[in-house]
Design a protein around this ligand. Structure first.
Ligand code: DX5
Ligand code: ZN
Length: 215
C-alpha cells in the first residue's frame, strides 16, 4: 500500500505508432511520463487483441520507466508469471475476470510486483469485497475497456469520489482522459492518469503531458 500520493501520468502505448514502438516509448519518457501503461487484451475479456509478454520483455531493456500492465484478459492467473518475468512493475487484473483474487495477490507479493485491480464503469465498488487496502492501486475505467479513443464517461466521477473517501492508495483512471476530463478526475480524487489518444495523437508529447499535470 502506498500512502504518499502524487499525480502521475501514464501514456497508454495502445495509441502509439507500433511500428516505432521503441522510439515512441523513448519519446514519452523524455516528455515527462511517470510510467508506461501497457494494455493487454485477449479477444475474450474484451473484443480486441493487443500484445503479450514477449513484447513487454522486448521493450523492457530500452527504458527505465515503470511498466503499468493492464490485463484485460480472461484467466489472468494463468498469464501472471509471464508478465512478471517480462519486467512489469505493477500488474492490474480485472475483478470481473477473477472473482478470487487471493492467489493473484500472493503471486504478486512473492514477486515484489505492485498490485492493481480494475473495475469496468458498470461494476460496483462493493465487488471489491472490502479488500481495497490489499491493493497498491485501484483502476476505475472511465470507458468500457477494449479500445482507445472512446469518450470519457462522466458517470464514473461519483465512484471515484466515493472510493477516495475511504481508500488512501493510488486511484488510476483510464479512458477518454484529456486536459478537460483530467481536471474532473483529479478533482474527484484520481492520482494516476492514463492517456493514449490525447498524448500520442498530439504533435508535442511534452506539452500534452504537462497539460495533464497542470489540470
Ligand atoms: C482501453 C484501454 C486504455 C486506452 C485509453 O480499454 O485500457 O488504456 O488505451 O485510450 P484513450 O486515452 O485513447 O481513451
Ligand atoms: Zn488501460
Amino acid at each position: 500500500m502506498t500512502n504518499k500520493i502524487s499525480l502521475k501520468v501514464a501514456p497508454s502505448i495502445l495509441a502509439c505508432d507500433f511500428g516505432r514502438l521503441k522510439d515512441e516509448i523513448h519519446a514519452v519518457e523524455q516528455a515527462g511520463a511517470d510510467m508506461l501503461h501497457i494494455d493487454v487484451m485477449d479477444g475474450h475479456f474484451v473484443d480486441n487483441i493487443t500484445i503479450g509478454p514477449q513484447v513487454v520483455a522486448a521493450v523492457r531493456k530500452y527504458t527505465s520507466m515503470a511498466f503499468d500492465v493492464h490485463l484485460m484478459i480472461e484467466h489472468p492467473k494463468k498469464y501472471l508469471q509471464p508478465f512478471i518475468d517480462a519486467g512489469s512493475n505493477i500488474i492490474t487484473v480485472h475483478q470481473e475476470a477473477e472473482k478470487n483474487l487471493d492467489s493473484i495477490l500472493a503471486t504478486l507479493d512473492a514477486s515484489g510486483v505492485k498490485k492493481g485491480v480494475s473495475l469496468r464503469p458498470a461494476t460496483h465498488l462493493d465487488e471489491l469485497g472490502g479488500r481495497e487496502n490489499d491493493f497498491d492501486m485501484i483502476l476505475l475505467m472511465t470507458v468500457n475497456p477494449g479500445f482507445g479513443g472512446q469518450s470519457f464517461m462522466a458517470e464514473v466521477l461519483p465512484k471515484i469520489q466515493k472510493l477516495r473517501s475511504y481508500y488512501t492508495g493510488d486511484i488510476e483512471v483510464d479512458g477518454g482522459i484529456n486536459a478537460e476530463t483530467a481536471h474532473a478526475v483529479i478533482g474527484a480524487g484520481a492520482t494516476v492518469l492514463v492517456a493514449g489518444t490525447y498524448i500520442f495523437r498530439s504533435p508535442d508529447y511534452k506539452k500534452a503531458i504537462a497539460s495533464l499535470k497542470r489540470s
